[in-house]
Design a protein around this ligand. Structure first.
Ligand SMILES: [Zn+2]
Length: 130
């Protein structure tokens, strides 16, 4: 089930431990205060700031997201759709700028999720009806 997976918190702005509390204050990555995080999980109290400078390394995770996005879109647009490279580059730069808040938030969630495992006793899973 996806809610037991580490990907759930990365993709849904949730705490990596309980999958209930929000990670960032704002729900949308495209809001004015997209970078404001909770210091602790509002649901289980997990510390989202384990040490000073903890999220410095999430910059490299963000770099990996940019690289994956660029290679994927290059493969689709230039190699598969056979669109000229100049047009691809003119479209790539604005989309990378627009995706910056989204990749920033996803990189921080991914970085913390690497170190914090989901706690099955805290994850709410609906019971199956008999
Ligand atoms: Zn939590």
């Amino acid at each position: 089930m996806l809610t037991d997976s580490r990907f759930y918190s990365v993709l849904n702005n949730k705490c990596p431990r309980c999958h209930q509390g929000d990670f960032f204050v704002e729900k949308s990555a495209f809001s004015r205060h997209f970078d404001q995080m909770h210091k602790h999980c509002p649901h289980c109290g997990e510390n989202f700031m384990p040490e000073p400078g903890f999220y410095w390394a999430s910059m490299f995770v963000s770099y990996a997201f940019y690289t994956i996005y660029t290679l994927f879109t290059f493969g689709v647009v230039v190699l598969w759709l056979d669109i000229d490279l100049d047009y691809y580059l003119m479209g790539l730069i604005p989309t990378l700028v627009l995706l910056t808040p989204y990749f920033f938030r996803m990189a921080r969630r991914t970085w913390l999720t690497i170190f914090v495992a989901p706690d099955p006793s805290l994850i709410h899973t609906p019971t199956k009806a008999l």
